[in-house]
Design a protein around this ligand. Sequence first.
Ligand code: NAG
Ligand code: NAG
Ligand code: NAG
Length: 446
Amino acid sequence: MSIIYKVVSVVVAIVSISLFGIIKGGTYHSPQCTLFNIGCPKRAVVEGYTKPKYSKIKQVYQKLFDDGEDVASCFAVFENNEKVIDLCGGYADGINGNKPYRESLQNVFSSSKAVTGIVISILVDRGLLKYEEPIATYWPEFAQGGKGNVTVSDMLQHAGGVTWLDDLIPFDLISSGQRQDELATFLAKQKHNFNSVRTTAYHMVSGGLYLNELIRRVDLKHRDANQFIQEEIAGPLNVEFTFGLPLDKEDRFSSFYEYPKLKFLVRLLPRIMLNIPFLPELEDRAVFKSFFNETSIARKSIKIITNEPEDFTNTRHWRDLTCVTSAGGFTNAVSMAKIGHIMALEGLPVDGVSFFKNEKAVKQANAFAENEFDHTIVKNFTRTHGGFAKMLPDSDIIGWAGLGGSLNVWDPSRRVSIAYVPKAKGFGMGFDGRSVALYKAFEELY
Ligand SMILES: *[C@@H]1O[C@H](CO)[C@@H](O)[C@H](O)[C@H]1NC(C)=O
Ligand SMILES: *[C@@H]1O[C@H](CO)[C@@H](O)[C@H](O)[C@H]1NC(C)=O
Ligand SMILES: *[C@@H]1O[C@H](CO)[C@@H](O)[C@H](O)[C@H]1NC(C)=O
């Protein structure tokens, strides 16, 4: 009896100490590291440039690493045509690696949507597209299935009626990037998800495929989004942003560091599934809960391609896709912040390069649309006409954010653009603790 009692006590003690370690420690620190300072990762030192005014950001950023809240990432800010912050920390080749993360090109998922929106605004400025015009004007076959009056702006605002696809896209139809006409035929056939009634429901993956085809139709040289960006944006600004990762840049890919499973199970899962009264409401709890529901809109919106492995994000197959302009962007923070500066300056040249003939299209793109309930995200979500959205708490800064924590936003009233690109997947949709902490530190110094 007393032996059993002792064994049970020891087990209970070990479980409690481990739970304490899991709950208390930094997100990316193991319980052993938190409790006994054993097995902690190699220290990641934040390095890079800040304008003297913003030098304190470096300490805030360093603390995120030291506290185990970040593993490897970069944070960059442009202000009034000047790079004012360009910091990175951690290693590209693993938590105890040697290769500085700075050289990496990372998939930024939905932060890509902001770049696609910028391409569209440039085409609007050139008179090749109008936000309020039905997509069918430029792509007649799109009118099928009750989509005849879906406008360009509806699609950008995630009210295009194609949140999910009834038939999944065969992987070989999109993998080579060479069958764009067939893909367009496939996409055009999809019937309106909500019987032609305008309904806002985040187009997690699909929207970017439709916008890519639209860009290809109206561009005078019939370039797709990726080609357009290389020639008209990334080249002139001397930055890196591609849809898909070209093979010659493959060695720059830094595979994702997954959100620790134990921490997810202990810290987050109970808060997602249950309404725990004494804890603050988890941001976006409703949508995370709906991911566990096979028939929810969120689930249907994420899976639109056949033969995708469960964890497709670290696969070369995924990096081959150049047409998924809603999620397939590969870049780094300094590149993305410079691209975002196009919208932050609302028509003024960026680093001497002019993107707009006048400020009408860019102002229209940045202007807030009506606040609407989103049936995928299951909450109200403030968007702009050009397909951007509020992505930070208590602020009017717009842009987009991506799975795992990337951020691509700008503030025209201050001529500021901000980007954050992490290797470690965080948890949240936009409101990632790391980018929010860096943004708040910037805000205090501004
Ligand atoms: C299209 O027109 C129908 C009928 O006039 C209307 O109910 C629907 O909301 C419209 N859809 C969009 C996307 O504007
Ligand atoms: C799952 O999602 C469907 C479609 O949105 C909804 O009707 C159903 O109530 C959900 N089930 C649960 C258990 O929440
Ligand atoms: C949420 O969106 C609905 C329309 O979809 C709107 O009527 C309502 O006012 C919005 N709520 C807030 C708090 O903005």
